[in-house]
Design a binder for this molecule. Structure first.
Ligand code: SIN
Length: 481
């Protein structure tokens, strides 16, 4: 087992660290080295039901705390997370391969959601509605939705938890976190810090499991859970949505993307390359908002491909814990095989390999640029989730927008142009939830994160984020004299 004082191997339920009733455990390995980091409890639905019951029992007294009391528990938690920033970042790098500079950034990104929603807790305002008769007074209040389940992904082991539990805890809801089997240790580490922060037993629960389908189904179908928030793939999101139908559970889904990145003839090409590098190669291409398809206009096509390839050739690939490394490994064999398959398919269909294109060793793949890509290649249709940049040529603005929108997904889009009229036109025409205009990094706590079409529903973060964890109740006072 590797050294890190935050490593916890049991699940955290009702204020206790517990084993699975079956005694089963599973191994967590470092994708950069293949080394075992730890073995953690493998819970089944019976274990999970206990966590749900505990959370439901904790709900009334937790929601009755004042907003200020909930807020100060959250602030204790964020202080503890920041005090352990380096250790948490190292743990994340060990379990998901993301490079250390990015995991250090993720701790800050993660706590920003706790801080933001700890403040928002105090501003859950209602409304007074002018009545249509003098004997009535109409009021709207907002109340905690009830127990929230958060199913979170391996690519952001910390921030995707805090982006979901931040508003839930602020609104007065106990939480059940199911971190991913690939990278559960950060989730357990922050549960340990939540315990230290003083959340009452049952308010903050974290369960680890490899039985994702069964446990996910229970989280969807159990009536005591009132809200499910999931970040992950579109096929899994669809399955969870159909399972949630049985209890008409409220849902937030942040699913896959197929982000276009359009570079127009009138763009600042150097700025576009800089934005492309951030939005494509962040976390080795393994984020939902990473660019999947580049589109470059005829007039600048060759220049963009050439400059992008040069920048990509300079990326340093290796173990994310090593100094100066910019790109880590893929998360697992399945991810690696997908990348290989997408590149092979693109080349077979006529793409020109300009940079990279080879498996290095273990789970490492060379950052890659493919020119002369087309929309019929698998890489243009499916999320590659890896370090491959296919560049498609286009002639007109209409053609670029049409191709960009020609996908079932609609999470993030990016484009570069210096023409302000075009900026408005294209931003409004793109079918997605978020647009980067002359910008490759758009994620921030203060803005609403989420997608349209098959990229999901609901928004996380920002002033809109809290509403997804609250119910609106209308009060009609009659007989007023
Ligand atoms: C994600 O990949 O799901 C989240 C990316 C982000 O918050 O920037």
């Amino acid at each position: 087992m590797q050294k890190n004082s935050l490593i916890r191997t049991q699940s955290y339920v009702n204020g206790q660290w517990v084993n699975a009733a079956s005694g089963k455990t599973f191994d967590v390995k470092n994708p950069a080295t293949g080394e075992l980091i730890a073995s953690v409890t493998d819970m089944n639905i019976l274990d999970v039901r206990k966590a749900i019951d505990a959370a439901n029992d904790a709900w009334p007294s937790y929601r009755d705390l004042t907003a200020k009391e909930r807020s100060s528990l959250m602030k204790n938690w964020l202080t503890l997370i920041l005090e352990h920033k380096e250790e948490l970042a190292e743990l994340m790098t060990m379990e998901c391969g993301k490079v250390l500079t990015e995991t250090l950034g993720e701790v800050d990104y993660g706590v920003s959601f706790i801080e933001w929603f700890a403040e928002e807790a105090k501003r859950v305002y209602g409304d007074v509605i002018p009545a249509q008769t003098n004997d009535k007074r109409l009021i709207v209040i907002k109340q905690s939705i009830g127990v929230v389940a958060a199913i979170t992904p391996w690519n952001f082991p910390l921030a995707m938890i805090t982006r979901k539990v931040g508003p839930a805890l602020a609104a007065g809801s106990p939480v059940i976190v199911k971190p991913p089997a690939e990278a559960p240790l950060t989730g357990l580490a922050i549960a340990y810090l939540a315990e230290k922060a003083g959340f009452p037993p049952g308010v903050y629960n974290t369960i680890t499991t490899t039985e994702s389908s069964e446990v996910g189904k229970e989280l969807c179908e159990n009536k005591k859970i009132r809200k499910l928030s999931f970040t992950g793939s579109t096929p899994v999101g669809k399955k969870l949505m159909s399972q949630c139908a049985s209890t008409l559970k409220k849902l937030s889904l942040e699913l896959g993307g197929n982000a276009p990145f359009i570079v127009f003839d009138d763009a600042d090409i150097d700025a576009a390359v800089k934005g492309a590098m951030i939005s494509k190669f962040r976390n080795n291409g393994q984020t939902c908002v990473c660019v999947n398809r580049f589109f470059a206009q005829d007039g600048i096509y060759d220049e963009f491909v050439e400059k992008l390839s040069r920048a990509v050739a300079g990326l340093r690939v290796g173990n994310g814990l090593d100094k100066d490394i910019q790109v880590g490994p893929l998360i697992n064999e399945k991810g690696l095989n997908k990348v290989k398959h997408h590149v092979e398919d693109a080349i077979a269909r006529g793409a020109r390999l300009v940079q990279g294109g080879k498996h290095m060793s273990g789970l490492f793949y060379q950052p890659t640029v493919l020119a002369d890509a087309t929309q019929d290649m698998i890489i243009a249709k499916e999320e590659v989730f890896g370090p491959v940049a296919p560049v498609i040529r286009f002639s007109t603005e209409e053609e670029a927008v049409q191709m960009a929108n020609d996908t079932d997904y609609g999470l993030a889009s990016y484009f570069y142009s210096k023409d302000v009229n075009r900026c408005w036109r294209v931003a409004e025409a793109l079918e997605c939830g978020m647009v980067g205009i002359n910008e490759g990094l758009i994620s921030t706590v203060v803005a609403p994160f989420g997608g349209v079409k098959e990229s999901g529903m609901g928004r996380e973060g920002s002033k809109y984020g809290m509403d997804y964890f609250m119910e609106i109740k209308y009060l009609c006072f009659g007989g007023i004299k």
